[in-house]
Ligand binder design. Structure first.
Ligand SMILES: [Fe+2]
Ligand SMILES: [Fe+2]
Length: 261
């Protein structure tokens, strides 16, 4: 069983990179199931129904989100009716959408996906560790494989979550920083881990956004409009392989592809 996880898709360039590259990766690497983080898919902030359709149309099975989930208000009109989209499970109170879901991959393999947000240098959501306990307990009875997208800023919090869930889920994959880390590994109890999968979007940018505008923010310390950058894109991802009998993680491989300018 092979699962591809694609890092934060930024704007139209990111969606185009997914459309042009994911079908080829799926074919060439015999991928069975594709997950992508889409929190920046619409203009760099949030997601729209059109962006969901475009990403799913490219062969992605599930879209996870993050702190930008509510940035495009259109999301409120469809998130409750869109099982292929999940947002961080630890938003407090009565929150639209869902934070985890069980999907059926080819061959009837039941894949549970959990989306959680960190709290260090981020909004103070509910405790992601205790929420993970509740969701893992529930999903472990009705899934073959459980994959967690831990959308967080601090490396320490992400590593801590990896250790916390080692042996209880099959993969803990970090998103949000838009910079791919080179620490992919299988933890001792069999959980695949990476601190950050990276970004899918404009390569010559500051985290996907126009570099001149981003720089102006730092230089002037005044509000500055940020738009999705142009030019060639990168697609950052990890390819996970699971044993078809025990479902233990066998390997995690970092991937980066480029589009034409
Ligand atoms: Fe992001
Ligand atoms: Fe984020």
């Amino acid at each position: 069983m092979r699962v591809l996880f694609v890092g934060d898709i930024v704007g139209r360039p990111g969606r185009r990179a997914v459309a042009s590259l994911v079908p080829r990766i799926v074919r060439e690497r015999q991928v069975d199931f594709v997950i992508a983080n889409g929190e920046n898919a619409a203009g760099g902030k949030g997601i729209t129904a059109t962006a969901v359709d475009e990403i799913i149309g490219a062969g992605v099975d599930v879209i996870t989100m993050g702190n930008h989930v509510w940035d495009n208000r259109e999301v409120f009109s469809f998130i409750d009716d869109e099982p292929r989209l999940i947002r961080p499970a630890n938003y407090p109170g009565d929150c639209p959408g869902q934070g985890s879901h069980v999907y059926t991959a080819g061959g009837g393999v039941r894949v549970g996906i959990i989306n959680l947000s960190g709290r260090v240098f981020m909004a103070p959501l509910d405790d992601p560790f205790r929420m993970a306990d509740l969701l893992v307990e529930d999903l472990s009875h009705r899934c073959d494989i459980i994959i967690v997208d831990f959308h967080a800023e601090a490396t320490s919090e992400k590593q801590a979550m990896g250790w916390y869930l080692d042996g209880r889920v099959h993969a803990v994959l970090g998103t949000h920083t838009h910079v791919q880390t080179s620490d992919e590994r299988i933890l001792p109890q069999g959980t695949a881990y990476i601190t950050d999968v990276g970004m899918t979007g404009p390569a010559d940018s500051v985290l996907g956004m126009e570099r001149g505008q981003a720089l102006a923010r730092f230089l002037t310390q005044r509000p500055q409009r940020l738009e999705v950058a142009k030019g060639r894109s990168q697609l950052d991802a990890v390819l996970l392989s699971f044993d078809d009998r025990t479902w233990k993680a066998e390997s995690i491989e970092r991937l980066r592809f480029w589009t034409e300018a």
